[in-house]
Design a protein around this ligand. Structure first.
Ligand code: 3HC
Length: 305
């Protein structure tokens, strides 16, 4: 059955090579998913070699885990590993690596100007039909595409963390996204074995808009003096993951960015927690340490008036 709002699937174009801009947490999970499900060459790019190498190493390590669990055979593991490569973006190497890609997805820092620049650079090297997808969690697809020569090939392709496990994929149609792009996005989402839904190009789409309301709510409770572990313990058995655990999984900076975007769009309805702002300013990546207890530095930041 065709998902609601999806155009005729006969318009979909084949995806034979995937480019991923960014090699961080989300990008490397995307590389793993694309290579496993599409079995086509996937190139991860980033601005420095260390990040690129780390991204590729993550994919290889995850494939090794699947092999060890007996989920895939040795031949498939080797084939998938060989399909993943890394390149520097911005330099000639990165440009060459993308020139024959027909589906490029960006998963770089959540900042409109950065994402626009990425797409402007990619557009110089790929064919006019190459899809430019964005994994943005909150920003406008229409605005991201506005200055491009071919804005009709830009589409939102929003995954959830952990990518391998979460079934949903929000597909976002910008004002100028055409039917061939949308049909390709839906066909690709299906090939990736995700549940695809068409969502409006509005701040934070569906899930993060609702999540932003919830995270603002628990953020306010902490700002009013309730300790984080107490708030989290209130959710035991209620949610798959307590709120501040979830915030640590997605990253405090992403969570803050989401609430800021929503607050800008709907100032009366969304709360931006000053404690969360302090945690992000201190560049903390998680609230909890590896042993599962609250990071003492985070605790001190939360208590600060
Ligand atoms: N990467 C890959 N696989 C993972 C993983 C990860 N980070 N974390 C867990 N898994 C896999 C495990 O390998 C396991 O797979 P298996 O059964 O095939 O071996 C399976 O998930 C279940 O894991 P566990 O038994 O260890 O743990 P749980 O049962 O507690 O499930 C969870 C873990 C699926 C992460 C669950 O806690 C959960 O659903 N949490 C909520 C996640 C969520 O809501 N994500 C959305 C965040 S919002 C977002 O991403 C939007 C963005 O824009 C910010």
């Amino acid at each position: 059955k065709r998902p609601a709002g999806a155009p005729d699937r006969s318009l979909a174009r084949p995806v034979t090579k995937v480019g991923i801009v960014g090699a961080g947490l989300m990008a490397s999970q995307l590389a793993l998913l694309f290579v496993r499900r599409l079995e086509v060459p996937v190139v991860l790019t980033d601005l420095d070699q260390e990040r690129v190498d780390k991204g590729v190493a993550y994919v290889h390590a995850e494939i090794d885990k699947l092999l060890a669990k007996g989920r895939i055979g040795g031949d498939k593991a080797n084939r998938h590993k060989a399909l993943v490569s890394g390149a520097l973006s911005g330099g000639a190497e990165g440009v060459d690596a993308f020139s024959d890609a027909d589906f490029v997805i960006e998963a770089v820092f959540e900042e409109m100007s950065v994402k626009k620049q990425v797409f402007a650079d990619v557009e110089k090297t790929v064919s006019p039909e190459c899809i430019l997808a964005t994994n943005t969690s909150s920003l406008s697809i229409t605005e991201m595409a506005a200055d491009l020569e071919h804005p009709e090939r830009v589409v939102g392709f929003h995954f959830f963390n952990p990518v391998a496990v979460m079934p949903l994929l929000e597909i976002v149609k910008g004002e100028r996204t055409d039917d061939a792009t949308l049909a390709t996005a839906f066909a690709t989402g299906k090939a990736l074995k995700k549940t695809t839904i068409l969502v409006k190009d509005s701040p934070s789409f569906i899930v993060n808009r609702l999540l932003g309301r919830f995270m603002g709510g628990v953020g306010r409770i902490v700002d009013e003096g309730t300790p984080v572990p107490v708030v989290d313990s209130a959710f035991a058995g209620v949610a798959p993951m307590p709120p501040f655990m979830l915030l640590s999984l997605v990253g405090p900076a992403i969570a803050l960015h989401n609430n800021e975007t929503l607050h800008r769009a709907f100032p009366d309805r969304f709360y931006v927690s000053p404690a969360l702002e302090r945690v992000v300013a201190a560049r903390k990546a998680a609230y909890y340490g590896p042993d599962g207890s609250l990071d003492p530095e985070v605790e001190a930041l939360l208590e600060k008036p």
